[in-house]
Design a protein around this ligand. Structure first.
Ligand code: MTE
Length: 331
């Protein structure tokens, strides 16, 4: 047992299981007649509960039904659900804002594994069941600011990234966390040959203290429902004080590193997109102002401009992470 579950509804003896031992446990269950044919026989005996393992979707559904309201949500009105799921940036599905909703209709999450690597005591390839099972979910309404100067207010559902990372026992050498999105041109049309200038996978990274900050959320849902493919199913990051490109979608790899990783947008244009990418109205993008933002939904008649807030309004909670740093050079 790596961390004690705070969720009374979760199985008490849960262990996060590296894939190899996960499969061998299944083999053992099979040979003991608890799965498959043995399962049918057992479930016909009154009082014997089915031993079938819950799927990740079943685990998630019951957790979504019992998620708790976070006490510190912004009181600003949330952007309507229809806009959150139809105005997206997800280059794996195409570069247009409506490409993700249009091109993700047939996206299947399964099969999915999350590869944990690098400076950790518990590396392995974990199932979504293993990832989700011990974490109670919270509903958190965050401001969300894209580097392109549009913004939303989104009711995400998730759990603190720190709670997940601690379960893998990072070593003292772990100073950064690097994240990767799935590469699968069959599932992501934007990754098919010649369709993009991005060299896949999409990569993002955080300093360890940013990753462990209580505002950094591992998101599995939005508006109380399971995350849709266009928003980064089955799990994506949400770092509310940073520009949206840091909030990587559809994560399949989390690696703990000694050195700062190179991210996708740095590789594409390092003079425009830095590693930190903290929302900052005082530091403009080389090609446009960051002093204001268009809050969605909007229109050409009503662009709904509003001033951008330092650290996207989370200055009180996160400014100390950057004490003494020059935010113009560390943008
Ligand atoms: N993650 C991946 N894998 N690929 C992407 O293209 N786009 C980023 C971020 N995460 C992106 C990604 C950008 S630029 C933004 S603004 C947000 O996702 C958009 O999230 P949303 O579509 O849920 O609003």
């Amino acid at each position: 047992m790596l961390i004690k579950s705070k969720d009374n509804t979760a199985p008490k003896s849960f262990e996060i299981t590296p894939e190899t031992s996960y499969w061998s446990r299944r083999e053992w269950l099979k040979s003991a007649g608890i799965m498959g044919a043995g399962l049918a026989a057992l479930s016909s005996v009154p009082g014997v509960v089915s031993a079938r393992e819950e799927s990740w979707q079943e685990i998630l559904n019951s957790k979504l039904a019992s998620s708790r309201k976070w006490a510190h949500s912004t009181q600003e009105p949330p952007t309507p659900y229809k806009d959150v799921i139809s105005y997206n940036n997800f280059y794996e599905f195409g570069t247009g804002k409506s490409d993700p909703v249009e091109n993700s209709k047939d996206f299947k999450v399964d099969p999915w594994r999350v590869h944990i690597a690098g400076e950790v005591g518990k590396p392995g390839r974990y199932t979504l069941e293993d990832i989700f099972r011990p974490h109670p979910l919270e509903d958190r309404v965050y401001r969300f600011r894209c580097v392109e100067a549009w913004s939303m207010v989104v009711p995400w559902v998730g759990f603190p990234l720190a709670d997940l990372l601690k379960r893998f026992e990072p070593t003292t050498k772990a100073k950064y966390v690097r994240f990767e999105t799935l590469v699968d041109p069959d599932r992501f049309p934007g990754q098919r040959f010649g369709r993009s200038t991005i060299s896949w996978p999409y990569v993002e990274g955080l300093r360890m203290d940013e990753a462990m900050h209580p505002l950094t959320l591992m998101v599995v849902g939005v508006y109380g429902k399971t995350l849709l493919p266009q928003n980064g199913a089955p799990l994506r990051l949400m770092v509310p004080w940073k520009y949206g490109f840091k909030s990587i979608k559809s994560i399949v790899k989390i690696e703990f590193l000694e050195k700062e990783p190179k991210t996708t947008w740095q590789q594409l244009a390092s003079q425009e997109y830095g590693f930190f990418a903290n929302v900052n109205p005082e530091v403009d993008h080389p090609r446009w102002s960051q002093k204001r933002e268009r809050r969605l939904p909007n229109s050409i008649w009503d662009p709904n401009w509003m001033p951008t807030q330092k650290f996207n309004g989370y200055e009180e909670q996160v400014a100390s992470l950057y004490a003494g740093m020059n935010l113009r050079t560390h943008f």
